[in-house]
Design a protein around this ligand. Structure first.
Ligand SMILES: [Zn+2]
Length: 112
C-alpha cells in the first residue's frame, strides 16, 4: 500500500525547497544574490541568461506539478487517473508521485 501521508509530506518538503529556489532565482535576476547552486551545473552547458531562464522554467514546472499532486491528495483523487478514473498503478505512483494518469491513458496522451 502506498503511504499517501508520507508522500504528501515529501511533496510539501520539496515544494518548500522549490519556493526557496524560485526566490533565489528572482533575487539573482535583480542582481541581489549569487546564482543558485544548481546554476553552476547547468552553466557549463549554456549562456548565463539562458541558464537562469531554463532553471526558472524547470522550477516553476515542478512547483505546479507538485501543487497539482497535493491538491489531488487533498481531494482524495490522487490515486485515480484524471482521464478514465481507474486507479493508477502503485509502482508508477511510487516512482513519480506527480503522475495523474494511468499507463493506458498516459500512452494514449503521448500519441495524441
Ligand atoms: Zn486512465
Amino acid at each position: 500500500m502506498l503511504d499517501e501521508k508520507h508522500i504528501e509530506q515529501q511533496l510539501k518538503q520539496e515544494l518548500v525547497e522549490l519556493k526557496a529556489r524560485a526566490r533565489r532565482i528572482e533575487a539573482h535576476r535583480h542582481g541581489e544574490e549569487e546564482a543558485p547552486k544548481d546554476w553552476e551545473e547547468l552553466a557549463t552547458h549554456r549562456e548565463n541568461d539562458e541558464v537562469i531562464d531554463a532553471l526558472d522554467d524547470i522550477t516553476r514546472d515542478r512547483m505546479s506539478a507538485i501543487e497539482h499532486a497535493l491538491a489531488r491528495i487533498a481531494e482524495g483523487s490522487w490515486r485515480y487517473c484524471r482521464v478514465c478514473g481507474e486507479a493508477i498503478e502503485e509502482e508508477r505512483l511510487r516512482a513519480i508521485p506527480t503522475l495523474d494518469t494511468c499507463i493506458a491513458c498516459a500512452s494514449k496522451l503521448e500519441q495524441a
